[in-house]
Design a binder for this molecule. Structure first.
Ligand code: AMP
Ligand code: FE
Ligand code: FE
Ligand code: ZN
Length: 286
């Protein structure tokens, strides 16, 4: 059997492996194809594509847009992102600006608590262009303010933490439209991860389909047969495609490996073939 991983992160956002390193890990895991889907950026795609070509593994250029609903965050994956699409790049640039202004507010909160973390230090810790709370957590650990990232989140950075500031909302329907207009395949990431409310999800999916949503991420990190069955049924009823991936983040989520997630994930090659067939039937490149 051949397998794929259609959801991974690199140093372009909050993963800790370079894009080329993610490609090599995918190859080492024996996968036939993988997607790089960094948060709100396409900066890692060229490097990952070049390495994938060099080592002989299929590569899907992707990204994951962070949006917010009245029930919290919602992540939208775009697969087969085109190069240099200025409308999409502008949308992603705005999403990163939303991150940056939130980061500035959180650094000010930390300052009020007597914790001096500068924007420069944070940028250096991040390395890539899409900066987020995992980078802040690593910086707090490095400074000795928190024992580990978990404590950094629970004390300071997570919801309810002393330095927490919500992000200005990026609209999920707008993210779907921006991706769909660019010709990407639009997938709702880990739909049951944060708010496992199938009725609410059903209504969201019904709405987002009108804006270009084309599929659901059925397989994610840990194999969960009940969730998978629920999502497969929802996809079928809405005429949606299905996708799957580990959400690999390197050392920022050390329990998750490329390809197998927390140990037993296995996304079959047919999932990738079906996504490609749907693109071909619409005359889209893949
Ligand atoms: P941001 O995009 O800057 O809001 O950061 C969100 C990311 O932080 C998520 O994708 C998670 O990977 C990570 N995260 C959120 N909450 C926690 C937590 N309690 N512990 C560790 N990581 C977390
Ligand atoms: Fe992340
Ligand atoms: Fe996500
Ligand atoms: Zn992700």
């Amino acid at each position: 059997m051949k397998y794929v991983d259609l959801h991974t992160h690199s140093t372009a956002s909050d993963g800790t492996d370079s894009p080329a390193r993610v490609a090599r890990r995918a190859r080492e895991a024996g996968l036939a194809a993988f997607a790089l889907t960094d948060h709100d950026t396409t900066a890692g795609l060229e490097e990952a594509a070049a390495e994938a070509r060099a080592i002989g593994i299929d590569f899907v250029p992707g990204c994951e847009i962070s949006t917010r609903t009245d029930r919290g965050s919602m992540h939208i994956l775009g697969l087969w992102i085109p190069k240099n699409n200025s409308d999409l790049e502008n949308f992603l640039h705005n999403a990163r600006s939303v991150r940056d202004s939130r980061n500035v507010k959180m650094l000010a909160r930390l300052q009020e608590l007597g914790i001096n973390l500068t924007a420069e230090e944070l940028a250096e810790m991040a390395g890539g262009e899409s900066v987020g709370r995992p980078h802040m957590a690593n910086a707090l650990v490095k400074k000795g303010v928190a024992r580990d990232a978990g404590e950094a989140f629970s004390k300071y950075l997570g919801k309810g933490g002393k330095a927490y500031v919500p992000k200005e909302a990026v609209n999920p329907a707008a993210a779907c439209r921006a991706l769909a207009k660019a010709g990407a395949t639009v997938i709702l990431a880990h739909p049951l991860l944060e708010k496992p409310d199938p009725a609410w999800l059903e209504s969201q999916v019904g709405e987002l389909v009108k804006h270009g949503l084309a599929g659901l991420e059925v397989w994610h990190t840990v194999k969960n047969e009940a969730n998978e069955a629920l999502l497969l049924d929802m996809a079928r009823r809405h005429g949606l495609l299905v996708s799957g991936g580990t959400d690999y983040h390197g050392a920022n989520k050390p329990d998750i490996a490329v390809g197998s997630g927390m140990g037993n994930l296995a996304v079959p090659y047919s999932v990738y073939e079906n996504l490609r067939a749907a693109r071909k039937s619409r005359g889209l490149p893949c």
